[in-house]
Design a binder for this molecule. Sequence first.
Ligand SMILES: NC(=O)c1ccc[n+]([C@@H]2O[C@H](COP(=O)([O-])OP(=O)(O)OC[C@H]3O[C@@H](n4cnc5c(N)ncnc54)[C@H](OP(=O)(O)O)[C@@H]3O)[C@@H](O)[C@H]2O)c1
Length: 299
Amino acid sequence: MLKIAVTGANSSVGQNLLENLKELEDVEVIAGVRNEKAISSLPNKSYVQPHIIDYDMPESLETTMTGADCVIHLAGILIETKHSNYASANVAATSAVIDAAQRSDVKHLIFISVVGASEMSKNAYFRSKGSAERLIANSGIAATIIRTPILLGPGSAGANAVASLAVSGKCKVLGGGFYSMRPLDIDDLSKAIIKLISTPPATVVTHELVGPQAATYREIIEKTAELMGKSVQIGKVPIFIAKIASAITSILKGGGITPTVIDVIIQDEVVDTNADEAIGITLTSLEDTLRKIITAGTQ
Ligand SMILES: NC(=O)c1ccc[n+]([C@@H]2O[C@H](COP(=O)([O-])OP(=O)(O)OC[C@H]3O[C@@H](n4cnc5c(N)ncnc54)[C@H](OP(=O)(O)O)[C@@H]3O)[C@@H](O)[C@H]2O)c1
C-alpha cells in the first residue's frame, strides 16, 4: 500500500488532491490539518485519515509522516492574517516539515511553490517561497518542487474572484487587468502531483507548471462572462491608489491585501519551459477550466 502524508490538507489544493487520489488503487492518505474544524472540510473518503498537526510540536508532524512513501507539503499562504505570516506559514512550517521528514526517514518530498519564487526577490512573498525552496533543496531528501501560477478550479480563491467579476456586469480591476497570466487548472496540478508521487527524483527537481494558454486578466473575466452568456465592462483601479489603500487597510486589519500581494497579482506569469511534457500530463484548456468553474457555480 502507498502511504502519503499531506500538510495543509484542507487548502483548496489539498481538498482537490484528496479527491483525485481516488485514482490510486491502494492508497492511504494522512491528511494533516491544524484543527478539528478543518477536518470537516476534508472529503469523506475511506482512504483519508485526518490528523491534527501542530507545527510547534515536532512529534505531531512525525506521527503524520511515519512510514509515508511521500510527503506533500501544501501549507502556505499569499494573504497574511493576524495569525499567520510569510515567516511562519511559508518558511517556519516548511522547516518544521523538513525536520520531521528527516527524523521519519521520508524518501520523497513534494513542495508547491510559485512561479517567481526567489530568495533574491524584492517581493516578500516570492522571497519567502524562495527561502522555503532552498530549505527543501538543502534537506538531503529527494524532492520535487512544483512552481505554479494562479490556480483555477471550483472553490479556489482565484476562481471565486473571476466568477464574481464576470457576473457583476461592471467591475474595476487592478490597472485594468492588462497583466498576462498562465492559469493552471487545479485538477491538472493534482494530476501532476499524482504522477510525481511514483517517480521520486534522485536529488531535487524543480518544475514550472503553468496552464496551456496565456491571457490577460481582463480576457479571462470577459471569456468567463461570455461563457455565462453575459457581458461585462471592465474598468481600472489605478495600481498606486490600490497600493496606498491596501497599505492602510492591511495595517488596520492586521493582514489582508497588501502592496506585496498586489505586486504578486500584477506580475506577468512567464516560464521558459512548461513542465507538462516532462511530468507526462495533458493540460486542460483555459476555456474548459472556465466552463468547469461556471458549472460548479463558483462565486
Ligand atoms: N492558490 C493558488 O493560486 C496558488 C498559487 C501558487 C502557489 N500556491 C501554493 O499552493 C499551496 C496551497 O495553496 P492554496 O491556495 O490551496 O492554500 P489555501 O487554500 O489558502 O490554504 C492555506 C493552507 O495553509 C495553512 N496555513 C496557513 N497558515 C499556516 C501556518 N502559519 N502554518 C502552517 N500552515 C498554515 C492553512 O491552514 P489553516 O486552514 O489551519 O489556516 C491551509 O491549510 C500553498 O503553499 C500556496 O502557496 C497556491
